[in-house]
Design a protein around this ligand. Sequence first.
Ligand SMILES: Cc1cc2nc3c(=O)[nH]c(=O)nc-3n(C[C@H](O)[C@H](O)[C@H](O)COP(=O)(O)OP(=O)(O)OC[C@H]3O[C@@H](n4cnc5c(N)ncnc54)[C@H](O)[C@@H]3O)c2cc1C
Length: 265
Amino acid sequence: MDLPTVTGYRSARTPADLALEPGERFLAGGTWLFSDPHPDVTGLVDLTTMGWTALEESAAGLRVAATCTIAELAAYRGAWRAQPLFLQSASALLASFKVWNVATVGGNICRGFAAAAMTSLCTALDGVAEVWMPGGDAYRVPVAELATGNGTTALRPGEVLRAVDLPAAALRARTALRRIALAERGRSGAVVIGRLDEDGAAVFSITAATERPGILRYDRLPDAGALRADVHALPGYYTDPLGAADWRRHVSAELADEIRAELAA
Ligand SMILES: Cc1cc2nc3c(=O)[nH]c(=O)nc-3n(C[C@H](O)[C@H](O)[C@H](O)COP(=O)(O)OP(=O)(O)OC[C@H]3O[C@@H](n4cnc5c(N)ncnc54)[C@H](O)[C@@H]3O)c2cc1C
């Protein structure tokens, strides 16, 4: 849709260009920005012109630029054991052709919906966000802590998500993902990802079903009863037109159980 109040557009090319004037908003893929009215927005600052390399591999892991598109991430073919999780997570989005090709990892995380599949991916892999503050300083925070609710994040005005770093240890893990939605092409009602690390530790992340990511960590794969009880006990299951809270809780426990069995095999 048109944003008729927008009278200014700037292509950001340097960190200094990221200082927002009153009424300005960061623009990434624009798939959400241009899908809703924003009468308070008078200018857009395009992040995609910053020239950040989409994906950078190193011994430490994988750096995913905030401006990496869903399509680039889905097409990435690294040598990590967790590799299948990239396409699986991207496919958990209710993504049209447009969203798939221009929506960004950063835009998905920063919009902060509970059903943000890039948040699912990055929290399951212990992703750490690098955030640039107005004035030039930066800080690092786990992606799981950026999400504060269904549609809210911990980002303060003017802060930019620069990249997410996925550590090599998590990328070397075996992973499994399960997703469920009430409608065949509906937005996710629950996305559960399990991770079995090389040292035997296990991580289960529950997203879309809860208002913010729920992370369960174990020294080794838990038994079925313990995992089910822990998933049930997570806070934040919510009700909206895409699913009732008790349904989300129930299916999350079922999906976690399936994942546990797959990782145990
Ligand atoms: C058909 C359709 C289906 C969708 N399905 C889903 C879905 O299943 N799950 C879901 O979560 N969302 C969904 N969305 C919402 C949205 O399109 C996605 O969340 C998308 O990933 C947003 O990415 P973008 O790059 O287009 O962000 P934009 O629309 O450009 O930006 C989104 C918000 O994030 C801010 N922002 C963007 N990048 C940064 C950054 N690096 N630092 C700081 N702030 C930033 C922008 O200022 C804006 O407020 C859907 C939208 C449509 C139109």
